[in-house]
Design a protein around this ligand. Structure first.
Ligand code: C5P
Length: 359
């Protein structure tokens, strides 16, 4: 930046001190980088280059700006500006998505002619537009703006269930839990008190989320019941429809004279049960994984299960266990289809939608 506009010019125009180096001892005694990072109400990174956002996403702190950004607990807003190809690059898009996941506000760049002569998305938004975003964020009380779901309790189920056949074998499914975990994290970032009832998955618990581990559908049902009352329940888990009448000891090959008969018993439908219960949350959301006639089947499910929204996704591709999802939001009012996007973006949009509805 100092090569485009000198620090002297900025200091004179803003009548403020300009800090440029982590190793500037004078600044470190007067105002250390830790203190710098704590005194602000909002930290705006403008322009946010592809390089700087990559460092932020990776948690690299190798100069004053990146050290301050890693040391802060203040809201950060990034205003991207770069060449269109750099903006479109998978690495940049991955970093932007990670930053949004981490709670950074990343504004969308403008589209238009660029300094390098190319045309496209990546231009720095107009100063007035950036200023409006900053004002908007600072305008409402910081607490309300950052935590619109403060005081709300959300129960989420996620992951598969594991239904034992005997002490060593079980029936399960391909659910990774990623979408449910992303939603739990996104809601916690908006200030909600989140109870995440999780089947067996290989995922880190999102920050600020209260996780309760279960194995079976019956265990999940009991844990959901114990977590109530809630303002919102989002049942994302891929609950096994059937459980086996489990043998208390390992079934030996040959002992049954051929393959054993699995006596299957229907599991309770946690979602349908909750919608009929007197503890029904104000907002009840179900998921539907379909491989065909996605919207049609999901609409029928909305009625059958008695929930307020169904989030339907097409799992004929590699959605289960994958990083991206393409969903349809089905409510009484109709169907809204979202383009394919990372599961973290689906989670963020959904959390914002929930906050809007509860407000
Ligand atoms: O009927 P289907 O399994 O397709 O419905 C999916 C929705 O119902 C999901 O929200 C899932 O979490 C929920 N469900 C449930 N209990 C079951 C089966 C599904 O809560 N036994």
């Amino acid at each position: 930046g100092a090569q485009f506009v000198t620090p002297m010019t900025l200091a004179a125009r803003s009548e403020a001190e300009v800090y440029t180096s982590l190793w500037d001892l004078k600044n470190e005694t007067e105002m250390g980088h830790i203190q710098l990072s704590r005194e602000a109400d909002l930290i705006v990174v403008c322009p946010a280059t592809a390089d700087l956002m990559a460092k932020m996403a990776a948690g690299i702190a190798d100069d004053l700006a990146t050290t301050l950004l890693l040391a802060t607990d203040t809201q950060v807003m990034a205003v991207p500006a770069m060449n269109v190809r750099m903006w479109d690059h998978a690495a940049t898009q991955r970093n932007v998505s990670q930053l949004r996941d981490d709670g950074v506000i990343v504004l969308d760049p403008d589209e238009g002619p660029m300094a390098c002569g190319e045309y496209g998305e990546g231009r720095l938004p107009e100063p007035d537009a950036i200023f409006a975003e900053i004002e908007h964020w600072l305008g409402s009380s910081t607490q309300d703006r950052a935590h619109p779901l403060a005081g709300k309790h959300v129960v989420i189920t996620a992951g598969p269930t594991r239904e034992p056949i005997d002490p060593v074998r079980y029936i399960a499914n391909r659910s990774s839990g990623r979408q449910g975990y992303a939603i739990a994290g996104a809601l916690a970032r908006l200030g909600a008190n989140v109870s995440l009832i999780s089947g067996p998955v290989a995922l880190e618990t999102p920050r600020g989320v209260n996780r309760i581990d279960v194995e079976t559908a019956l265990g999940m049902e009991a844990a959901v019941d114990a977590a109530l009352p809630a303002d919102v329940a989002i049942l994302v888990a891929a609950v096994a429809d059937w459980r086996a009448e489990a043998s208390p000891r390992k079934i030996k090959k040959g002992e049954t004279g051929g393959p054993p008969d699995l006596n299957l018993i229907e599991n309770p439908d946690i979602l349908a049960g909750l919608s009929r219960s007197d503890k029904r949350p104000e907002l009840l959301i179900g998921f539907a994984a379909e491989t065909d006639k996605v919207v049609g089947h999901a609409k029928a499910k909305l009625d059958r299960k008695g929930c307020d929204w169904i989030i339907a996704n097409d799992v004929s591709g590699d959605v289960m266990g994958g990083a991206e999802n393409s969903v349809h939001i089905i409510t009484e009012a109709g169907v809204e289809s979202w383009e394919q996007m990372p599961k973290s973006d689906v989670a963020r949009k959904l959390a914002e939608r929930i906050a809007d509805v509860l407000a």
